[in-house]
Write a protein that binds this ligand. Structure first.
Ligand code: TTP
Length: 194
């Protein structure tokens, strides 16, 4: 039986590690790519997510020839607008005020470079509908501190799931690693049985 290639997770995100474990996989190494995540001028959210996931995978794969490398990028988009990773409490409040009572997209782009150096890509798109949020509800969420550092200023895996009226797509995709698409790419890379 051929030996399975080593798996490198090109991500510093503990959430992605946990989600990978749900596929029965533990990476042989974690080696995040350190790339500039600034959107290009007028870059569309889907293009941005795809570009960053591919760049993360390529940067890490260059350091691990002969290994399978998995990278992802999650973007919260309101229309054509890319929401920032909320830097502080004010940014979290601004994101939630923008998302209140409306639908937005959460895009997670995946890139897997296989042991032969072939890159494959997938995009998971999820529509999330938020309830209208009162100033008090936003203040309480900001106070909890969960939204800082998160794309779009919230984390569905925490208290913010209570704001979600409806989700169409992939819950794991919103958290950061869509399991359906990840499984497909890892089967193609020979790391999982089809
Ligand atoms: C919308 C949403 C975002 N997020 C956050 C986590 C991240 O801060 C952000 C996505 O940022 P990413 O740049 O995709 O990932 P990362 O910076 O966490 O890790 P790496 O680049 O090393 O892979 O989205 C959640 O955790 N839950 C959610 O529901």
């Amino acid at each position: 039986m051929p030996t399975r290639p080593r798996l490198i997770l090109a991500s510093a995100s503990p959430r992605r590690l946990d989600l990978l474990a749900r596929l029965g996989l533990a990476p042989d190494a974690i080696d995040p790519a350190d790339i500039d995540e600034t959107p290009l001028k007028a870059e569309l959210p889907t293009d941005h997510a795809r570009r960053l996931a591919a760049a993360k995978a390529a940067a890490t794969a260059a350091r691990h020839p002969g290994c399978v490398v998995l990278a992802a990028d999650t973007v919260v988009a309101a229309g054509r607008r890319i929401l920032p990773k909320a830097e502080d409490a004010d940014a979290v409040a601004a994101c939630l005020a923008l998302l209140s009572g409306r639908r937005h997209r959460v895009l997670t782009a995946l890139s897997v470079v296989d042991a032969g150096g072939v890159a494959r890509h997938r995009l998971s798109t999820t529509i999330v509908a938020f309830a209208p949020l009162s100033a008090a509800a936003i203040a309480a969420y900001v106070e909890g501190g969960e939204g800082v550092g998160k794309a779009g200023g919230y984390a569905i895996q925490g208290a913010a799931e209570a704001f979600v009226r409806r989700i169409d797509g992939s819950h794991s995709g919103v958290v950061g690693l869509p399991l359906f698409e990840t499984r497909g790419l890892l089967i193609a890379a020979g790391l999982l049985e089809g």
